[in-house]
Design a protein around this ligand. Structure first.
Ligand code: S3P
Length: 184
């Protein structure tokens, strides 16, 4: 089984994907980093040169490719809970091209969902690398997060499990996965 981590920019998906991968001894792939390597461009450059619709197409193709690559790579690395690997999605991945339904069919989807205030604090520090928020002021960033979250919630809410705490430990995260697997 592949675990898909999803959630808003700055929610901590990449942090948890790396932690889970180390804890479970299975590979993880960050979808944005994969796209950047494939295209030999940063996400900001892709948005600038090709536009967001082209990025969304690349993102959906990359999602399926990364999933297939992990399945091939991981027959020996499967952990004892049957987890083959972890994919950290971009914030918008679930909201385009029916990716959310596809992920729900192909693995375990977990929404990393800290409070908007926490997301705002993180994005204030890291917004320059994210084209959708790079030019926003502190106040407009707060409003953007709120509005975008409303728009995206219907997709995120389709996840099979939700993590609300912003400081959950990796072992606690693993327990959430085990719990979710029993529910499935
Ligand atoms: C995006 C989130 C980013 C990246 C791109 C678009 C979004 O990923 O895919 O900038 O639409 O929310 P992170 O969530 O990893 O920052």
């Amino acid at each position: 089984m592949i675990v898909f981590l999803l959630g808003f920019m700055g929610s901590g998906k990449s942090f948890y994907a790396k932690g889970l991968s180390e804890h479970l001894h299975v590979p993880f792939v960050d979808l944005d980093q994969f796209i950047e390597r494939e295209q030999a461009m940063s996400i900001s450059e892709i948005f600038e040169k090709m536009g967001e619709p082209a990025f969304r197409t690349l993102e959906s193709i990359a999602l399926k490719q990364v999933y297939a690559d992990l399945l091939v790579r991981t027959t020996e690395t499967q952990d004892k809970n049957g987890i083959l690997g972890v994919i950290s999605c971009g914030g918008g991945t679930p909201c385009f091209n029916e990716n959310m339904d596809w992920m729900n069919k192909h693995g375990l989807t977990i929404w990393v969902n800290p409070a908007e205030e926490i997301i705002w604090e993180r994005l204030m520090k890291e917004r320059k690398t994210r084209p959708l928020v790079a030019s926003l002021t502190a106040e407009s960033l707060r409003e953007f997060i709120h509005q975008k979250m409303l728009e995206r919630k219907p997709y995120y809410e389709k996840a099979q499990e939700v993590i609300f705490q912003s400081n959950i430990t990796i072992p606690e995260f693993v327990n959430t996965i085990k719990h979710a697997k029993n529910l499935l």
